[in-house]
Design a protein around this ligand. Structure first.
Ligand SMILES: CC[C@H](C(=O)O)C(=O)SCCNC(=O)CCNC(=O)[C@H](O)C(C)(C)COP(=O)(O)OP(=O)(O)OC[C@H]1O[C@@H](n2cnc3c(N)ncnc32)[C@H](O)[C@@H]1OP(=O)(O)O
Ligand SMILES: [Co+2]
Length: 133
């Protein structure tokens, strides 16, 4: 794992949160994208080298909907940039981590992604991201 690729924040209303984070960073989101498979619509902000991903649920079964119900708005996950997501999944599995999707799936912002169960990472949902070249 290299650097933090993005921090994911669960929000109730993406439009309202886009305005809030635009005020916070002094710049608008650079990308908005829906990821149907995850039941989310997202927006991305860059603040210097830091990327923030805002996520709103698009259906009640979405992980974001469940998270909001249980915990309310807030930091949802930390995503790390990886060189080779398949090798990283294997490494993490052999180190005892629970990988929620053994086969990497298409994420937002042109990435292949996988997630580790937060129960095995001190309560932090970890996402692995590999740039699709
Ligand atoms: C892919 C597009 C985009 C990208 O960057 O490209 C994204 O980031 S999409 C992000 C949304 N997708 C996901 O989060 C996929 C991975 N998540 C899951 O598979 C589930 O959300 C899972 C397994 C983490 C939890 O699902 P479950 O149905 O088990 O929900 P529960 O509410 O029963 O949770 C069980 C247990 O885990 C705790 N939990 C849930 N979510 C989180 C979280 N984000 N961070 C920390 N802990 C979390 C929850 O509180 C429960 O703990 P308990 O002690 O039993 O209350
Ligand atoms: Co993410």
């Amino acid at each position: 794992m290299r650097k933090i690729e993005h921090i994911g924040i669960a929000v109730k209303n993406l439009e309202a949160s886009n305005l809030l984070f635009e005020k916070l960073f002094g710049a608008p989101a650079y990308k908005m994208e829906e990821v149907e498979s995850e039941g989310v619509k997202t927006s991305f902000f860059m603040n210097g080298p830091n990327k923030i991903e805002l996520l709103e649920a698009t259906n009640p079964d979405s992980p974001i909907a469940k998270f909001l119900e249980k915990k309310g708005e807030g930091i949802h996950h930390i995503a790390f940039d990886v060189e080779d997501i398949v090798a990283e999944i294997k490494r993490l599995q052999s180190s005892g981590f629970t990988v929620l999707n053994e086969v990497p799936k298409k994420g937002a912002d042109n990435k292949l992604v996988a997630f580790l169960h937060p129960k095995g990472t001190n309560g932090v949902l970890v996402e692995l991201c590999q740039e699709i070249k």
